[in-house]
Design a protein around this ligand. Structure first.
Ligand code: BEZ
Length: 390
């Protein structure tokens, strides 16, 4: 079946041989340049920490081949093809951008290579375009934002203006928020999508938000765009009159100190903050900080849990593409974010969501948890999960 699919794709006629139990070749496909480069580096740091920490629990050893997506879907597709056909990796991990995930999905599915998604929240990858070979250890775009629509309405907010970059993640994150906010009775008084990776000046959009009659602004921005947005929002003088809310990527611990005081008081929601009070998180924060000199972000924990999922799969005896795909969908463990499991209907992670405020702490900005919202599986969204066939 896999040979036939590859041939049909015109890609190759010979299959990768199954690896010996002690040698798993891993293709790490991440942005190491471009607007999400810091995110890619944090995911890699978490991933390698997990392999080092839990590696003694499995007979397998891991040989990593790194490739840079540059946050460009065509570049990422070419790199995925190289990893699959030339390097003959047993498993792939990574992917930060939803656009990149959309671009590589058919290649990964057609070749039958297990992919552990360590960031990209593209709803379709665990919805209408789901695959038994794609398991997500990060979040889906809707999952992170739907709870915030209800929560903000519960706080008495009724009129919101939304902003996000114009690509799959921006649109899906905002859709997730809008669906629950409007279902609760809230109103979206205006909405804009800014050119992705091209917007330097958010001024014209902020002027529209100010004139919209909104009581609050809800946004998704990440990486370099989040830093520029939060700083400009503050210097535009909007923060006091129009409180800023968003997806927690806006004020990630990875770059919140680059945003500085402009980030103070911003309220966002996410599946991980380093201030979660649990022994598992305390141990992770200590190990990651000791290794990198910085507090772990959501990106770091996603890399860490992806590495740990790979260890768990090999502990269960998986050692080739098909058995790894099967085993990855069955992992569950208590991690730094809390209890994690994979929904077999979609292969998306099930996890709680934390609403947090960015506040000044003793060593810079930190995350004050305001609410822990219960774990929720995504709706199936058109996913028809076929079994892995050998
Ligand atoms: C995405 O494209 O899915 C994404 C990128 C950065 C942070 C969160 C999501």
């Amino acid at each position: 079946m896999k040979r036939a699919t590859l041939a049909a794709l015109g890609l190759a006629t010979s299959l990768a041989l199954p690896a010996a139990a002690d040698d798993i070749k891993v293709g790490l496909l991440l942005p190491f340049s471009g607007v999400y480069a810091a995110l890619g580096n944090d995911i890699e740091a978490g991933f390698t920490l997990a392999l080092d920490q839990f590696g003694s629990e499995t007979d397998a050893t891991f040989d990593i081949v790194r490739e840079d997506t540059e946050v460009k879907p065509p570049v990422a597709l070419a790199k995925a093809k190289k990893l699959i056909l030339q390097d003959k990796v047993d498993v792939m991990a990574g992917i930060v951008s939803s656009g990149v995930l959309g671009a590589v999905r058919d290649m990964v599915h057609g070749a039958g290579v297990p992919l552990i998604v360590a960031n990209a929240g593209n709803d379709e990858a665990t919805g209408s375009a789901c695959s038994p070979f794609i398991t997500r250890m990060s979040f889906s775009n809707g999952q992170v934002n739907r709870p915030m629509g209800r929560w903000m309405h519960d706080q008495g907010i009724r009129k919101v203006y939304t902003l996000a970059p114009d690509y799959a993640a921006g649109r899906q994150m905002i859709d997730g928020f809008v669906s629950t906010f409007t279902a609760a009775g809230g109103e979206i008084v205006g909405q804009e999508f800014t050119p992705f990776q091209k917007t330097q000046d958010f001024g014209p959009y902020l002027a529209q938000a100010k004139a919209s009659g909104a009581e609050a602004v809800f946004v998704f921005y990440a990486g370099g765009e989040a830093i520029s947005f939060v700083k400009q929002y503050d210097s535009f003088g909007l923060k006091a009159e129009l409180p800023l809310y968003g997806s927690g990527f806006l004020t990630s611990p990875l770059y919140v100190n680059a945003e500085g005081p402009a980030a103070e008081g911003v309220i966002t929601a996410l599946h991980y903050v380093p201030t979660i009070d649990s022994p598992e998180n305390a141990a992770f924060v200590e190990a990651f900080t000791e290794r990198t000199g910085r507090v772990p972000s959501e990106y770091a924990v996603q890399g860490y849990d992806s590495g740990r999922a790979l260890i768990e799969a090999t502990r269960a005896g998986a050692n080739d593409r098909a058995s790894l795909s099967d085993a990855l969908r069955q992992v569950s463990f208590e991690g730094p974010r809390g209890a994690l499991s994979i929904d077999p209907a979609t292969n998306n992670i099930v996890q709680p969501i934390y609403v947090y405020e960015t506040v000044a702490g003793a060593e810079g900005l930190t995350q004050k948890v305001l609410a822990r919202l219960p774990a929720e599986a995504d709706p199936v969204n058109g996913c028809d999960m076929a079994p892995v066939s050998n």
